[in-house]
Write a protein that binds this ligand. Sequence first.
Ligand SMILES: CCCCCCCC/C=C\CCCCCCCC(=O)SCCNC(=O)CCNC(=O)[C@H](O)C(C)(C)COP(=O)(O)OP(=O)(O)OC[C@H]1O[C@@H](n2cnc3c(N)ncnc32)[C@H](O)[C@@H]1OP(=O)(O)O
Ligand SMILES: CCCCCCCCCCCCCC(=O)OC[C@@H](O)COP(=O)(O)O
Length: 275
Amino acid sequence: MELGWLLWGAAVLLLLLLLHVLMELSPAVNFALRIGLYCLLCVVASALTVPACLLVNGGRTVKNMRIIKTVVKTFKYFFGLRFEVKGLKNFEVEGPAIIVSNHQSILDMMGLMEVLPNNCVQVGKKELMYTGTVGLIIYLGGVIFINRKSTTSAKMVMAEVAKTMATDNVKVWVYPEGTRNCTGDLLPFKKGAFHLAVQAQVPVIPVVYSSFTTFYNPKKNLFTSGKIKVEVLPPIETKGLTSDDVSDLTDKCFCTMRETLFRLSGRPSEAKDSS
Ligand SMILES: CCCCCCCC/C=C\CCCCCCCC(=O)SCCNC(=O)CCNC(=O)[C@H](O)C(C)(C)COP(=O)(O)OP(=O)(O)OC[C@H]1O[C@@H](n2cnc3c(N)ncnc32)[C@H](O)[C@@H]1OP(=O)(O)O
Ligand SMILES: CCCCCCCCCCCCCC(=O)OC[C@@H](O)COP(=O)(O)O
């Protein structure tokens, strides 16, 4: 019996050693294992957090985000990630707001939870509902699901959100690039978030995360420890703006965020680029 346990122990140690050697030797294995660990962590943590959310809050509500946030905030230690946050006081607007930020990777969930204010839900693609326990926890957290393939239905969902934001006093977090983009630059912004802000007459608060490219690049199998700078920028007011102003608002926000992204990532701005 005791020898049996000893053999098991030796086998596990050997396996860990083998994984370690493989990780050292092959960046592809290293990358796959670290991303695998991240996904496993998300799945297992979600499975444990679902009952907690149900017991404490009874069902789908933004209040569950507090619980989810507490759990997700521990993930960074598994990957040696550090966040340096500035401007949190810019979230202190009275009532609802639209928060927009850059979206680089599935790892963004950690950065999101690092700064997430109370009463704030995200807009996500509906496919996320079908990721098992992760989908369930995202659903319980009150995430608004949209079908990106149908502009009409996405617009209808967003219009409904514009109506309920004030009554429910929630902030809404949108990734205006509409998809993940890890190039160190921004994709052109979709206009949904800005239509939403103008329809609900609430401010837009931009949040910018510095580029992950120095420590994370799936194409190069790069995923090491790293530091991420986060800046919450001053709110952009939309009082009195109409749908005719949405394009200008989108452009203004895009320029501000791009400038901030380059500054935080230590990349020369466009003006310096061309000189
Ligand atoms: C305990 C452990 C837990 C572990 C696990 C962790 C769990 C963590 C828990 C919880 C965190 C959950 C986090 C989820 C995160 C998910 C992230 C994503 O999924 S990102 C992808 C989806 N999000 C978006 O796509 C939004 C951004 N997109 C938009 O806003 C688009 O505008 C959209 C979808 C509404 C329409 O997209 P279009 O591709 O058709 O593009 P356009 O150019 O913007 O619109 C076409 C025309 O329609 C007008 N339009 C758009 N929206 C309008 C509106 N609301 N009203 C009127 N016109 C509108 C526009 O002005 C444009 O017209 P003109 O070109 O200007 O003439
Ligand atoms: C069936 C089990 C699957 C388990 C997968 C666990 C992965 C955890 C992921 C945490 C939530 C990540 C949300 C996210 O960042 O989604 C990406 C979309 O925003 C953008 O979509 P895309 O770039 O257009 O594909």
